[in-house]
Design a binder for this molecule. Structure first.
Ligand code: M6R
Length: 606
């Protein structure tokens, strides 16, 4: 969703801000802008609707020369997508960019009736509130702190004033802000990827903190202006990881690189020889691992489906634990009860998803231990959980989640393998999973290389359809759901995932020659039952694509057969085919593959 960048130093701020905003493009946005202060302390604003390239055009006509500035990519919440609603907002002596939502902005707007508001945004109201406190000798920091005490909602903000021309004030509550500490420069961003290449040293602001930044660094305070001394942390990753690396789209790069990122997920955690798995991050005592009886897995979208697939594996591996997988946006408002000896796995690529974060906090209130299954290092969920494990998929830039799904499933599977060994789990089965995990990267690589061209051809054939059903049984069911999500979000084809056994309970009524169906069929003990539905669909004119590792004769319109040593983890391989299929369908339909319409990479508001 929205992104913030700020710069104070010796470089031309405009250039740093634009390059930072480009790095944040992947989060999803509909307008952008920057505000800078020039050498004569004169402020300048440039804003535009659409892509950063539009903003660049505006700036090329009238470049900004100053060395201090703030920038923003906006994903509209209050007010339409217009230049007037784009950030930065300027009220009185205050220039402001803001991520999040000010819930009481209407009340505040009434209180601030002496101001003339130009936009429909909550952010302009916050700028006015800060300006109204910026008087009687108060510094910008004082004014921001005072204003934020009146605010209900969430925010990550960066503000400056021509009155204090060397300073940017930032603050956060529920929306990330990172302060990069460079040599004679300070770079602020809502996402660490914007800091890569400038500095590795950063302060991750915590909720309820405010910082005063200048080119020599930052001073951090709480909202009562008590001075704090946070330790700077190291930012991981490098610039190459957030570039396309020769691929046309980030999405294709991220699908194809699963074979190289997965070893980072597995590294030091799986011993295929001895058949053991171990994760250090959860930091559980032997007693805690033995005592756990219930595992709740929380996530949204793809993270939820990863949890669902992992729960099937957990049930196979751990004989005496019940697992429950919940959608965060529902669970946060349910009157849920978790038995004593529960553990909660909080699954999130971004580590910033508002609903998932809210669940984490609700679960913690109930005294249940929470463990993060998170990709983005230093993200809010990673910081608030009691323990956890990074999935180490590396930066995922494309809005559609692909390599993170695989890494999340694998991480939760390793967690299950570890817990299973304390619960009398079947050692042979644990060993088999460990062996398959250890060869998964090479098998994924083979699968992608063997079938990439085939999936592209299939995509060309099916791109004209407007409706699809994805069907799977047992561990292929979660990937049927995930396959349908991937297709709909980037190709805009209406797609639904179902458990194969549900077909006759309703969805078959939809099937005719205008539909195609993707059957994920595993060559396992449920094989015959998984074929059910295939004939019914074809008899009604529906076109059937089968993705399978079976070598048996199957009647279908198209069959993609995966030849692999992998058995238990076959759903992961079939899912990589679905990822390729969705990608090529979206390309064929001419869509914006990496930034599909209406979607944001991290959903930081409800
Ligand atoms: O960052 P998170 O994993 O918490 O995000 C959860 C969902 O928003 C995300 O998986 C979403 O469904 C993706 N667009 C799926 O491709």
């Amino acid at each position: 969703m929205c992104g913030i960048v700020g710069y104070v130093g010796n470089k031309t701020a405009q250039n740093v801000l634009l390059s930072g905003l480009k790095r944040l493009e992947y989060r999803g946005y509909d307008s952008a802008g920057i505000a800078t202060l020039d050498e004569d302390k004169e402020p300048h604003i440039a804003r535009s609707v659409g892509k950063i390239s539009e903003l660049e055009q505006v700036l090329s006509a009238k470049p900004h020369t100053g060395h201090l500035g703030i920038g923003h990519t906006r994903w509209a919440t209050h007010g339409g997508v217009t230049v007037t609603n784009a950030h930065p907002h300027h009220v009185g002596n205050v220039f402001l960019v803001h991520n999040g939502i000010i819930e009481n902005y209407k009340e505040l707007k009434e209180q601030l009736s002496s101001y003339e508001f130009k936009s429909d945004t909550d952010t302009e109201v916050l700028a006015a509130l800060i300006d109204s406190n910026y008087k009687d000798g108060a510094s910008l920091k004082d004014a921001v702190a005072k204003a934020l005490k009146e605010v209900r909602g969430t925010y990550g903000i960066a503000a400056f004033s021509p009155n204090e021309p060397d300073t940017i004030v930032v603050a956060r509550l529920g929306s990330p802000l990172i302060i990069g500490l460079g040599k004679d420069e300070t770079i602020i961003a809502s996402d660490a990827s914007a800091l890569l290449g400038y500095t590795r040293e950063a302060i991750y602001l915590n909720d309820g903190e405010i910082a005063v930044c200048n080119k020599d660094g930052a001073e951090v305070f709480n909202l009562n202006l008590k001075h704090l001394s946070p330790n700077p942390e190291t930012i991981e990753g490098d610039v190459e990881q957030i570039q396309k690396g020769g691929y046309k789209h980030f999405l294709l790069k991220e699908i194809m690189e699963q074979a190289t990122t997965l070893p980072n997920t597995l590294s030091g955690r799986v011993d295929a020889k001895n058949g053991t798995m171990h994760l250090g991050g959860p930091n559980l005592t032997t007693k805690e691992m033995r005592d756990v009886r219930h595992i709740v897995i929380v996530g949204c979208g793809t993270a939820y489906y990863a949890g669902l697939l992992a729960s099937y594996y957990m049930e196979q591996l751990i004989p005496d634990i019940t697992t429950e997988v919940v959608i965060a946006s529902e669970y946060r408002y349910r009157s849920f009860h978790l038995p004593k000896n529960s553990l909660a796995l909080i699954v999130s690529q971004s580590g910033e998803t508002a609903d998932t974060l809210a669940c984490l906090r609700e679960i913690k209130k109930r005294g249940i231990k929470t463990l993060g299954i998170v990709n983005v290092i230093g993200s809010t969920i990673a910081r608030e959980v009691d323990g956890g494990t990074y999935v180490h998929a590396g930066p995922e830039i494309s809005v559609a989640s692909t390599k993170a799904f695989t890494a999340q499933v694998v991480t939760m599977l390793m967690f299950a393998g570890m817990i299973a060994s304390y619960h009398g789990g079947n050692a042979e089965l644990i060993h088999k999973f460990a062996k398959e995990l250890s060869i998964l990267p090479t098998e994924i690589e083979k699968c992608l290389n063997d079938h990439r061209a085939e999936m592209e051809q299939l995509a060309k054939k099916y791109a004209k359809y407007n409706d699809a059903l994805y069907l799977g049984r047992d561990t292929a069911y979660p990937i049927a759901l995930e396959g349908a999500l991937k297709l709909k979000e980037i190709s805009y084809i209406h797609a639904e995932g179902y458990a194969s056994g549900e077909l006759k309970h309703g969805p078959i009524a939809l099937v005719d020659e205008t539909f195609f169906e993707v059957f994920d069929i595993l060559d396992n003990w449920l094989y015959d039952k998984s074929l059910g539905g295939l004939h019914e669909v074809r008899a009604r004119g529906g076109k059937a694509i089968v993705l399978t590792n079976s070598k048996a004769d199957i009647e279908a319109d198209d069959i993609v057969r995966v030849d692999s040593k992998i058995e238990l983890l076959m759903p992961i391989l079939l899912n990589t085919l679905q990822q390729l299929f969705a990608y090529y369908v979206a390309v064929e339909r001419g869509n914006d593959v990496d930034q599909p319409r209406n979607l944001a990479k991290s959903v930081t508001v409800e």
